[in-house]
Design a protein around this ligand. Structure first.
Ligand SMILES: Nc1ncnc2c1ncn2[C@@H]1O[C@H](COP(=O)(O)OP(=O)(O)OP(=O)(O)O)[C@@H](O)[C@H]1O
Length: 130
């Protein structure tokens, strides 16, 4: 078991190992969770459009909304996986824990959806006017 607080982890600072862990986590989140994958793809498309049109404020807000929704989705998946690992039967406490994690994700999805909708409207107006 690796735990730096218990003194059983690897000593020292290993930035390359951290990057490897981040890439591995992102990879698993994208291939195992469709809701992470489609949000990432949609967000990238909007980010490319904002970048191409030099809409820097829009780009920054899109980046924040994307980070928020992806983080929420990935933490939610983590909570669900942990819950399923410790409890395989129906359990009211697990239900509440999972519902709270899902609600947190719902808040992030709402923000992401509003930002993308406004951006879509702006892009649409831009192409209609030009
Ligand atoms: N062990 C359990 N005991 C009681 N209720 C549970 C349990 N597992 C899941 N639930 C209920 O079912 C809901 C869905 O849980 P589940 O783990 O299936 O998530 P999901 O639908 O796969 O979510 P996502 O689509 O984000 O992956 C939970 O929010 C909770 O209300």
């Amino acid at each position: 078991m690796q735990n730096k607080f218990l003194g059983t982890g690897q000593a020292g600072f290993h930035p390359l190992r951290k990057i490897k862990v981040i890439i591995s986590g992102l990879y698993f989140a994208v291939i195992t969770d469709f809701s992470v994958a489609y949000k990432l793809v949609l967000s990238i498309l909007f980010l490319i459009a904002a970048f191409y049109l030099r809409r820097w404020v829009d780009f920054e807000i899109l980046l924040l909304a994307t980070a928020l929704v992806l983080m929420a989705e990935m933490f939610n998946t983590t909570v669900e996986a942990l819950c399923d690992f410790v409890e395989t039967q129906h359990n009211e406490k697990i239900r509440i824990i999972k519902d709270i994690a899902a609600a947190a994700t719902g808040v992030a999805i709402l923000v992401w959806f509003v930002v993308l909708s406004i951006e879509l409207l702006r892009l649409w107006r831009f192409f209609i006017d030009s």
